[in-house]
Design a protein around this ligand. Structure first.
Ligand code: OGA
Ligand code: MN
Length: 295
């Protein structure tokens, strides 16, 4: 029986009456088909345990183990907790700054994320939306001269905020400064094509972000930084965006190969937001045979 969908726009769809915890092979295939056409799938009223979330995720591909295990769920190392909740002893329940700034998940790794699955456990009364930007549309809309400047070029991606002038280290995350200082030393930059081809649809999209792209390989910063600034100013236009306003128990799966996203934050102290997240590992070879560490 085909799954029921409720189209939100051309590239975002709600999958109706679908229980992720008891997904049959047939349902999985249908969801997979939907994901070829749509870049964001929204499932409502899901109450998966962390282990069920991992199991659901694994049906779509290998699941990443988060590099910061400090905020992994105690029951399941693949599930990362995103939360602004602080325990009475002052420690953080989850990652408070996950989703800061426009980005595509794990583009700082040689095998960047294919998809991310984010489940709302507790939604705040105010704020906490997630915005998505369709990087196919953003690329298509670029002036031809700009396309010509970036086609065939590689962006330099790094996870550390301390070496990224476009980002600031969040003061409200206790381990952030140390984590990013260490990462700047231990986690080498990775090159990613500035324009990538989607392995399933063959469509091109822009694959840069202010959160992770800190330079352009082989281009002096005097030219590269203004070019990146221009791109970032141009691409995050409302025409290319979808804003997800979360309800408790929403589960959203998105395609990192052609989208950027960011958390909008604006949470009031004590107004708790809690999300559980898994990331599906992508396959570098599909789109970037030359993908490599920066020499
Ligand atoms: C993520 C992320 C955004 C949000 O989980 O990768 O960026 O709104 N989340 O929590
Ligand atoms: Mn993210």
């Amino acid at each position: 029986m085909p799954i029921k969908v409720n189209q939100i726009n051309d590239w975002v769809t709600e999958i109706v009456d679908f229980d992720c915890a008891s997904m049959t092979a047939e349902m999985q295939e249908e969801a997979q088909e939907a994901f070829k056409l749509r870049h964001v799938l929204v499932f409502r009223d899901q109450s998966l345990t962390p282990t069920e979330l991992k199991e659901f995720s694994k049906r779509f591909g290998p699941v990443e183990v988060p590099i910061n295990q400090m905020y992994a769920h105690p029951e399941c190392k693949e599930v990362l907790i995103l939360s602004n909740e602080i325990r009475p002893d002052g420690t953080a329940v989850g990652l408070v700054d996950g989703g800061d700034g426009w980005h595509s998940d794990s583009s700082h790794l040689l095998t960047p994320a294919k998809a991310t699955i984010l489940q709302s456990i507790k939604n705040p009364d105010v704020g906490g939306d997630t915005i998505y930007c369709n990087m196919h549309l953003a690329f298509d809309a670029l002036p031809e001269a700009t396309k010509a400047r970036i086609l065939g070029r590689f962006g330099v991606h790094n996870v550390s905020k301390t070496i990224n002038p476009r980002m600031t280290v969040s003061a409200n995350r206790p381990d952030a400064k140390e984590f990013y200082e260490k990462a700047a030393k231990n986690r080498p930059s990775v090159l990613q094509p500035m324009v990538r081809t989607h392995p399933v649809t063959g469509r091109q999209s822009l694959y840069v972000s202010p959160r992770f792209t800190i330079a352009i390989d082989g281009m002096p910063d005097e030219q590269a930084q203004p070019l990146l600034d221009d791109l970032f100013e141009y691409v995050y236009d409302e025409r290319f965006q979808y804003r997800h306003v979360w309800s408790d128990r929403d589960l959203v799966m998105w395609d990192n190969r052609c989208l950027n996203h960011k958390a909008t934050g604006n949470l009031a102290p004590g107004d708790i937001r809690r999300m559980h997240r898994t990331v599906l590992v992508g396959d570098e070879a599909y789109y970037s045979p030359e993908g490599r560490l920066r020499s």
